[in-house]
Design a protein around this ligand. Structure first.
Ligand code: FAD
Length: 398
């Protein structure tokens, strides 16, 4: 380590996904800090931030006072006003959560109670007949209308965050991996390697960093890899949660010029996800998904290099048809085409209660100026600007 070059920096954000970018913007624009964003990928947003439903969630599903509930509601407000101010393509198209049988109606009632408790405005239960008048292709017995839900062009959002951060002095270093870190005093020093060196590493020799960064503040927003990376920060106290990964595949609707729906249509949530729902993108493309498939962990180098399996097996369509036909009976055979997949960075596994977002600061792990972000699954996109606000305040206070 003695011979490795060292560099002092003010703030390092690890990961240029939507959360890392929102944090970098918050620190540079609002707090006038000098920020370096490092990402192992060739550009920003190559991870989960480019592999999701692009839905601006209202904040209905999450337990009262959980970080998910608080960040989603606050993040939605921040996101809508940011999109309006910066002309980011988005649309508040509203969403219907539907009960397709009478046995699901109590769940819908529980959802509206939870949503109101979380501070979501405008929620309204409606009879199936009213919902089906609104959406003639829909079949349901009752529905919950959420007018606050919408869609956003995530790439444009991230591009805008990058531009703003850059114009306030943030530097971006792509193809740059953080491979670990060690404590020095009560601060952390980060071990940096070019991603190409990781790709070529044959595992027969120890992995040495090419650079050591000595930052004042560090935000670990490495998404799927955040817990794995934190485990490679020596001298961290406190529990680092175990990761679980749930892949979600999307299928797109082919051969339709006119989208069958104008609202987002969601079934009742299932174990591990929100159910195979209908989302529309801003070009009117209809997609169904994501399903839930629990997958195995991968080694840490592959994880840092985002070498997760994102393939969509076309045979999975067989399970999609009956799920979708519960609320869209006119779905034609052969109309689903494989789309893309994303992987949920979960902290609990199958049949376990979903975990909340975890934001670990010095109070938990004992390292000054370090915040770890774990389990930033949905509604992480909606919450990104609220997470950034919270993380920056936490760091600046320390
Ligand atoms: C299927 C699916 C659907 C979803 N739908 C929605 C939705 O509709 N609405 C919503 O609000 N949320 C949704 N989400 C959640 C949302 O996409 C995520 O919460 C959000 O994108 C997380 O952003 P992030 O910046 O934390 O992570 P990421 O986007 O994964 O970014 C992490 C970055 O860290 C980099 N990295 C990793 N390891 C290292 C390392 N060692 N060194 C340097 N860089 C590293 C990666 O290259 C990556 O760019 C969905 C998620 C999934 C999986």
């Amino acid at each position: 380590m003695e011979s490795v070059p060292k560099e002092r920096v003010d703030c390092v954000v690890i990961g240029a996904g939507v959360v890392g970018l929102a944090v970098a913007r918050e620190l540079s624009v609002k707090h006038k800090r000098e920020v370096l964003v490092v990402d192992s990928g060739p550009t920003f947003g190559t991870g989960t931030s480019s592999r999701n439903s692009e839905v601006i969630h209202a904040g209905i599903y999450y337990p009262s006072n959980s970080l998910k509930a608080l960040f989603c509601v606050r993040g939605r407000e921040l996101l809508y006003s940011y999109c309006n101010e910066h002309e980011i393509p988005h649309k508040q198209i509203g969403k219907l959560i539907v009960a397709t049988g009478s046995s699901e109606v109590p769940k819908l009632n529980a959802l509206i109670t939870q949503g109101i408790e979380n501070g979501v405005d405008g929620l309204r239960l409606m009879e199936g007949s009213e919902a089906m008048k609104l959406e003639p292709e829909l079949q349901c017995v009752k529905a919950l209308l959420s007018p606050a839900s919408g869609i956003v062009d995530t790439h444009s959002l991230m591009l805008s965050l990058v531009g703003e951060a850059e114009s306030h002095g943030t530097t971006f270093s792509y193809n740059t991996s953080v491979i670990g870190g060690h404590g020095e005093g009560n601060h952390i020093q980060l071990h940096i390697s070019e991603s190409s060196s990781l790709k070529n590493w044959d595992a027969s020799t120890p992995l040495h960093p090419e650079l050591i960064l000595i930052p004042r503040l560090v935000v670990n927003s490495a998404g799927l890899s955040a817990p794995t990376l934190a485990r490679r920060f020596c001298s961290l106290n406190g529990a680092i949660p175990t990761s679980s990964y749930a892949r979600g595949c999307y299928f797109t609707l082919s051969n339709t010029k006119i989208p069958p729906f104008h609202h987002l249509i969601y079934p009742i949530p299932e174990d591990g996800g929100l159910g195979v729902h209908v989302t529309l993108d801003l070009n009117g493309q209809v997609k169904f998904g994501p399903d839930v498939e629990w997958i195995d962990d991968i080694d840490y180098i592959s994880s840092f290099l985002n070498m997760f399996d994102y393939s969509v097996c076309k045979d999975r369509a067989r399970q999609f048809y009956p799920e979708i036909r519960k609320y869209y009976p006119n779905l034609k055979d052969g109309s689903l085409e494989p789309g893309y997949a994303g992987i949920r960075p979960k902290l609990t596994g199958p049949k376990q209660a979903p975990a909340d977002f975890v934001v670990q600061g010095e109070d938990i792990h004992g390292i000054a100026g370090l915040v770890n972000l774990f389990g930033i699954e949905s509604p992480g996109l909606t919450s990104s600007m609220a997470i950034a606000e919270y993380v920056a305040a936490k760091l600046i206070r320390q």
